[in-house]
Design a protein around this ligand. Structure first.
Ligand SMILES: [Zn+2]
Ligand SMILES: [Zn+2]
Ligand SMILES: [Zn+2]
Length: 330
């Protein structure tokens, strides 16, 4: 999709060449643990026992407004300063506490719990999308401090914003260009090619396919996409949620094994609601381990240097047992 990456594997041969600690922060009382519900703003959604009182324990997934939001429920204001334009940081920023267990990630959770997290991402996204001010609801997950997480307890984030983000606009435009010249969906074609080729395939979960994208920007980058064309992530039904949970778990366990529980970011890209042509979008997850530092070349050019070919990354992620071992291609 109109993106150039320099794949430069000369200097890296083993998974242990790609090490980055999650750097957990020494924390006192965890505001996300059960029993500490009063430490967060009042919950906006929770799954738990039937007769549970809000903001008490007994939940298994809980959504609260972010205490330190990146965007706020502000009046919409815009202005100019000479040639610069500004807009108030309008939006909603929420935290999804993914399990009552104080663990750093979902990889040790059972598939049912992960499916509940996915259900929560979808339900809360749909609820937020009903507010006409929001044009996009971004679900994402930061794990480990190098990936931006400030709390250790496994959680994800949902931000509703009043515009379609540039990255998504770029993907939409790329999908439209491909569609105009081929009458097909580029991601449908990518999934088909990865399944047929196999070299970059990480996990074939039936309805969902995980693969290391051709010319990945980041070492160990993995995308998960539905095999059949589907624009709206939030429309997934219960059976699909369970199947997606199993695929996501396979990827997270592969990452943890191959790269020693790396810090990573996960972003959900789904069709912006109400956007013309949105039905041609093909939703997907992008999972980017933080195993290298983006530096001057990336900043200066917008191109990425990736020292790990996706074919090698996929092989490591598939067997997940190669930590410290040698790779056969030297
Ligand atoms: Zn905790
Ligand atoms: Zn498609
Ligand atoms: Zn994307």
């Amino acid at each position: 999709m109109d993106r150039w990456v320099v794949v430069a594997p000369e200097r890296s041969r083993r998974p242990s060449d790609f090490r980055m600690e999650r750097q957990p922060r020494k924390q006192g009382r965890c505001p996300l643990c059960p029993g500490n519900e009063a430490d967060t703003p009042p919950e906006v959604l929770a799954y738990g026992k039937r007769d549970r009182v809000p903001d008490t324990s007994g939940w298994h997934v809980r959504v609260v407004p972010n205490k330190f939001p990146a965007v706020r429920n502000l009046p919409r204001e815009t202005g100019r300063q000479g040639l610069y334009e500004w807009m108030s940081g309008l939006g909603r920023h929420e935290i999804v506490v993914e399990t009552p267990a104080h663990v750093p990630d979902l990889d040790g959770q059972n598939p049912e719990q992960v499916a509940e997290v996915l259900r929560c991402w979808m339900e809360r996204s749909r609820q937020l999308a009903r507010d006409p001010r929001w044009r996009y609801v971004q679900v994402f997950k930061n794990v480990g401090r190098p990936a931006g997480a400030s709390l250790e307890h496994t959680h994800s984030q949902i931000i509703a914003i009043p515009f379609v983000p540039a990255e998504l606009g770029r993907e939409l435009a790329g999908m439209h260009v491909y569609r105009r010249s081929t009458s097909r969906c580029v991601l449908c074609d990518m999934v088909a090619q990865e399944l047929a080729d196999g070299r970059r395939l990480v996990h074939d979960g039936g309805g969902f396919v995980a693969f290391a994208p051709f010319a990945s920007r980041f070492p160990g980058e993995v995308w998960i996409a539905p095999r059949e064309h589907a624009p709206d992530f939030t429309a997934l039904q219960a059976a699909g949620q369970r199947e997606l949970a199993a695929t996501l778990l396979a990827v997270l366990r592969g990452l943890a094994a191959a790269f020693n529980a790396p810090p990573y970011n996960l972003v959900v890209h789904t069709a912006p609601h109400g956007e013309a042509g949105g039905e041609h979008f093909h939703w997907h997850f992008e999972i980017s381990p933080r195993l290298s530092i983006t530096a001057g070349f990336e900043l200066g050019t917008g191109y990425y240097i990736n020292p790990l070919p996706p074919e090698t990354a996929a092989a490591w992620l598939r067997d997940g047992k190669t930590v410290g071992g040698n790779v056969s291609n030297d």
